[in-house]
Design a protein around this ligand. Structure first.
Ligand code: ARG
Length: 466
């Protein structure tokens, strides 16, 4: 980046001294806002088109501006654009380059506009584009989970409460639980998109402009659903960025919980899944190690997204209307959130599509820990015993089995009958893991039949056009 002469800046009219060099670097945002160059150029082209349609620019001025901006876009894409810190930000870099290229018409582009409504427009356009990309990645992850759920609708694992064996569940049901969370995340993202997709341009610095502009036209040209209806609000609030980062925090919290399970499941103690060599790394000292880095890192990255949310909330807190330079600080946390979420979703979708299950290990885990104790109680209740009494009988049976170091299903009928004479031979059908999961056969339950139906419904929701 170069530091050109003072005269390059467009606002030096009322200044007698050049900007201090350190202040120049300190106040500049071009190093990070340049990633919005496409949106800045698209916004300027729409603005120039509207200015011509309303008679503010001539056709030839508009055409020169548009051609100049298109050339600048190519220049940036080729890596040939001379970004300059003394031109502070993306907006002034491009405008100054335009004027250098096309002369006087370039100076007319900023008519009826301010950097305040320009930057708010750019950020909204940029976020909208990234929301669409993120929605696609979220879909891919959901697709991987639903596919797994369909394939593993009958695979049995122990379900936990308090991380203690509770009742057997199917692996497919477990995957669909994660899909439910992601499905709600996707709905919330689309709602956030809609609130992001309103046009600030026309608000100018804060109060609107004296030119006869047509904001609806600019909105249509840029694909905005509506115009921001108050100029002061349009240039100053960044609630759409906060809402997105809050959305992202919740998504990352979901992924951090999922990660915690994958880390546990891939440990030698559980040994339920193999994450695939391409998603793990080794240790430089312990040759036996294969570490679940991807889920660990996603779990870790959830903290930076939550940190970004705190940054943005604190940034906005107590800001008076309208635009304040504080808002230049919105970009880095927002961009970091976007990058982190995209990376996490991308790696997760690939990892879940390649995960290998160790079904026998899961099954064996479900066999220990008395996962079917509730089924025995339900069996007794069906035979007319009040639930609280049934609970007591099963508790005693479990205690007996613990002493004998075996599972309930491994006890003799006569042994079970010591605790309740009404227990019959048919009890063994409910004490099996398969019987236990198959019995929970209602919408939302873990029975394989229900999991298959739920996976079908999940696919339909995934395919619905948002
Ligand atoms: N770089 C600035 C930002 O990111 C652009 C708007 C500057 N406006 C101003 N009045 N200084 O917010």
């Amino acid at each position: 980046m170069t530091t050109p002469a003072k005269t390059e800046k467009p606002w030096t009219g009322r200044f007698n001294q050049p900007t201090d060099q350190f202040v120049e670097a300190f106040t500049a945002s071009v190093s990070f806002d340049q990633r919005m160059y496409r949106q800045d150029i698209a916004g300027s082209i729409a603005h120039a088109t509207m200015l011509e349609a309303t008679g503010i620019l001539t056709r030839s001025e508009r055409d020169q501006i548009i051609t100049g901006l298109q050339e600048i876009e190519r220049e940036i894409e080729a890596g040939d654009f001379p970004w300059s810190i003394s031109l502070e930000d993306l907006h002034m870099n491009i405008e100054s380059r335009l004027t250098a290229r096309i002369g006087a018409s370039g100076k007319k582009l900023h008519t009826g506009r301010s950097r305040n409504d320009q930057v708010a427009t750019d950020v909204r356009l940029y976020l909208r584009q990234e929301i669409d990309a993120i929605e696609g990645l979220l879909r891919q992850l959901q697709q991987a989970l639903i596919t797994l759920a369909k394939e593993e609708a009958e695979t049995i694992m122990p379900g936990f409460t308090h991380l203690q064996t509770a009742q057997p569940v199917t692996f497919g049901h477990h995957m669909l639980a994660w899909n439910e969370m992601l499905q709600r995340d996707r709905q919330r993202l689309l709602e956030c998109r809609s609130r992001t997709n309103t046009l600030p341009l026309g608000a100018a610095a804060l109060a609107g402009t004296t030119y006869p502009i047509d904001r609806e036209m600019t909105a249509t040209l840029l694909g905005f659903e509506a115009i921001c209806s108050n100029s002061l609000d349009a240039v100053s609030d960044r609630d759409f960025a906060i809402e997105f980062t809050s959305w992202a925090s919740l998504l990352m919290v979901h992924l951090s919980r999922f990660s915690e399970e994958l880390v546990l499941w891939s440990s030698a103690q559980f040994d339920w899944v193999d994450l695939g060599d391409s998603f793990c790394t080794g240790s430089s000292i312990m040759p036996q190690k294969k570490n679940p880095d991807v889920p660990e890192l996603v779990r870790g990255k959830s903290s930076r997204v939550i940190g970004n949310l705190t940054t943005l909330l604190t940034l906005m807190k107590s800001q008076p209307l309208a635009y304040n330079k504080d808002n230049q600080e919105d970009k880095e946390p927002l961009f970091d959130t976007i990058d982190t979420v995209k990376g996490s979703l991308k790696v997760y979708a690939a990892m879940m599509a390649q995960i290998t299950l160790k079904r026998e290990k899961m099954y064996a885990s479900a066999e220990s820990g008395f996962a079917t104790a509730t089924d025995l109680a339900d069996y007794l209740v069906r035979g007319g015993i009040p639930f609280r009494d049934a609970h007591e009988i099963v508790g005693k049976s479990v205690s007996y089995a613990i002493d004998k170091q075996c599972d309930l299903a491994q006890l003799e009928l006569s042994e079970l009958q010591q605790f309740c004479a009404e227990i019959k031979e048919d009890v063994f059908s409910v004490l099996t893991l398969e019987g236990s999961v198959a019995a929970r056969n209602h919408p939302g339950g873990t029975a394989p039949e229900q999991v298959k139906a739920a996976a079908k419904r999940a696919i339909t929701l995934l395919q619905q056009v948002s």
